[in-house]
Design a protein around this ligand. Sequence first.
Ligand code: PMP
Length: 416
Amino acid sequence: MSEGVMQADQPEVLEGEGKDLFSKFDDIIAMREGLLASGVEDPFSLVMEKVLSPTRAICNGRDTILLGTYNYMGMTFDPDVIDAGQQALADFGSGTTGSRVLNGTYQGHRECEDALREFYGMDHAMVFSTGYQANLGIISTIAGKGDYIVLDIDSHASIWDGCAMGNAEVVPFKHNDIEAMEKRLKRIPEGAGKLVILEGVYSMLGDVAPLKEMVRIARKNGAMVLVDEAHSMGFIGENGRGVVEDAGVMDDVDFIIGTFSKSVGTVGGFCVSNHPKFEIMRLVCRPYVFTASLPPSVVATAATSIRKLMSAKDKRDHLWQNSRRLHSGLKGLGFELGTDEPQSAIVAVIMPDLEKGAAMWSALLTEGLYVNLARPPATPANMTLLRCSLCAEHSSEEVETILGMFERAGKAVGIV
Ligand code: PMP
């Protein structure tokens, strides 16, 4: 059917009839148009024309250092990871075309869950199609109507969405404030179900939660505890198990949520737990049941990467070195940073406003450096941030080059 015929068949839509449901986006459309009118490149539609390694890509025809990925451990081009993915693609095909509870569990999904159980030393592991869905699924399924969720106000969108989907009473507390958390917990009615949700590393400022104390208080007040370790898996802790390991509270948390889209270097999400009834989640958790499972190549790359991350101490050490050097170098140049000391692989540079932030982002890209421009509502306290995330594959020389780029761009834009 030609377009002309299709149009002739359509009922006529009269202007002015009903409300345009897009009108709620007018403010954000105006903000975006204003930003682009100032002449900067669109920070939210960058295309990587070619990816050369975990730390370099061709952007706008130019060799660019990547300092704004979640590829913390640089596993995306690991030869063993790539081999495993190619083999699985050849042996099992391109996709499962089904849910985990029907035709979508292949040998590779089981092996991936075995690798996670081993990595965390936990009894149960459940793989989801993304980390977003892992939070959505676990939170909404365990905390329902009449239950209480006490969570940090700066929690990731997937955590908030999981809370909303489950319909529990949501009680936020001030970011990383132990006393505020305790106060909220004490106000919950006797006998109600309680879940405390924390993150190991908060991704906007790269700061770490005081998990030792928070987990102790949560337990003392009879709450179950879920920790999202998306930004610490593979890197923080003696064995890369995250802030939970570093704080010595592995045995005191009920659920650890994680993702394959950061240190693991592919896509997918998971939950690990020692709860004796955990396996029932496979039948009652809607974001697990009602979606297709991950492709065989993805679970094969994830399992291989997870196993390699168990013995990646040298990489972890080098990543810490990179994080410390970037942090002290940027501080020395006069930039305002999100944390006084480096606490993770994320170093957030605070910009005075969105216009200056976008100008700085653009100037860095012209220098050949990609960072993340983050703005509200993703950021806390209405901040505009240039979020830098380091990779274990950045060489020490690259970090020095990055500092030189920041110095030139910062002076050009008038920030330092
Ligand atoms: N939790 C946190 C803290 C995150 O930052 C993210 C993603 N940025 C997710 C969960 C979701 O992970 P995924 O990309 O696997 O959906």
